[in-house]
Design a protein. Sequence first.
Length: 342
Amino acid sequence: MIIDCHGHYTTAPKALEDWRNRQVANIHRSAERPEPSELKISDDELRQSIETNQLRLMRERGLDLTIFSPRASFMAHHIGDFSISSEWAAICNELCFRVSQLFPNNFIGAAMLPQSPGVDPKTCLPELEKCVKEYGFVGINLNPDPTGGYWKSPSLTDRHWYPIYEKMVEFDIPAMIHVSTSCNACFHTTGAHYINADTTAVMQLIEGDLFKDFPSLRFVIPHGGGAAPYHWGRYRGLAQALKKPELREHLLKNVFFDTCVYHQPGIDLLTTAIPVDNILFASEMIGAVRGIDPETGHHFDDTKRYIEATQTLSSEDRYKVYEGNARRVYPRLDSALKVRGL
């Protein structure tokens, strides 16, 4: 199988965006905010939005299954308060669940959390539990910066986050570290803020000792790990200066990188610098970079082409990247596939 561990519902029917716009416009007028029941999206509309977009491309590119979560830039945890985020997360997660029910062989969910700046992460636990227990989701997206580019939350190694980590360990699910829209004009959302966050998460984890408290905790750092693989020697040297163990011991038993890197040299470097056991296939298709590369004539986010072309991976390595590692990092996914005889 080829499992894409990083997919977002970027093609949801326009009714979702319209509902959200009404919600945001009436943040301070609760009586005028729309009720969740006012959002009407039929199964046929969901099918059309998937069949003509993600599923079409998956078939064209030879991908089998996508771990599917709400659109990252739409999470916008910095907007409103916890009640706003809670309502919005529940709606978005339910739509991803419905997609997974309509296309059970192609999509399985990962949850958006109802995070809000300055709010105890413990408030996210009911939505997390619902998504795992009722929807069968296999992971979560964790935003280390709910302020949208102003970074007022504690480091990921701080006890602030422990309620979520404890629940992750209980359910044996990983978290993809994924920020949302940047409202800081200094940081372009997808070109800077996303990559900054990936890199920042890696350094925070190096500085701390989180995995001594949670030895089975697992994080996926998306977008190829930001700048970390490109500067792997720097991070090994910094870990050494901080009197930390070698990164294979300190980090790589718990931290994994996806292949949302949109050119061949980037994939070649990722698969050279990072052990193959720590790399999961992903494309984030119909996401941040949707165009065609004029140098190749193919879409930038057709990442399977880069995995096939790289000279750094054996056939056994490719199996790990495409399927084996995902089944190991996402045990609930592995269990769901085994139920299907896969």
